[in-house]
Ligand binder design. Sequence first.
Ligand SMILES: [Zn+2]
Length: 322
Amino acid sequence: MATRRPVKKKRSALRRALETSWIEIILLIVVVALIVVLIVIGTSGDKKPAKEQAPTATTAVAALTQTVKPTEEAPTAAPDPTDTPTPTPSPYPIGLCESNTTDTEVVSVPGDNWKVDYLMLVNWNYRLKYTGDPENLVRIDSILTEDWYSIQNPISVAESERNFVIEKEDDKYERGNREVLIHLDEMCKGYHAATGHGVKVSQTGGYRNYATQDRFWNNRDRSIDPPRTIPGNASEHRTGLGFDIWVLDGEKYDYTWFQAHCHEYGFILRYPGNKSSITGITNEQWHYRYVGVEAATEMKQLGMCLEEYVEYKNSQPVQESR
Ligand SMILES: [Zn+2]
């Protein structure tokens, strides 16, 4: 019996030892778990960007809409002072400027001299905010002055034949963006030198005011789908950057030269037949839009229309400041 005591003592010492190590193990587990949680939180903030998708009109809309709207999940971590400073991004992604919007239900408001951008998209998904005139509009016949040009000012057309709504003095004359007209003149001179033919710009071939474009839309042939016209706040004819040019080469309209060379002057064929599903406009071999030589050349090389190109450019990493 006397031997029992030491055994009992031994057992309680062992239990105490075991209890102590269990506490240590639990503490260790808690510490390890905390470290794991901290690592997970730390790495979840810099996930790799989603894989690039083939550009389509739908993804272009989604991408631009995403870029326009401020993200709600902005990282809250303090900036790392060792990071190289990144250039301040433009508040508008490529293809949008302060004069247009992704809100297709936009109610246009009055306003003149609104800003244009050579890559701005104006279409079914990107509407213009203002009903007035854009900046930098001048009369077409102040720049296209060669005698082989045929410029049909609305005022020269009988009222019954006129499809331009004249609301004010300036509307009596065919107009366009001044800088773009200078390049259009260079392009047409190239065409004339190569072919000997002249160029005609009709009464609604350049800038169109809101009333004119909206009248086209309201009077459209509803049996044509996709339609050949577009609402007043969705036409790039409202920007003064796009032109319908009619080549005067007798009975047939041959645009081969323009399609081969327009990029050299900064223009694109805006609505090619093979891109109708993206532009929402049927083939218009006469409609040329200024985007600048660099963009026009790149679009030709990539085989992209403006909707695709804008999506492509917005998917590129932000360029380093020069
Ligand atoms: Zn046109």
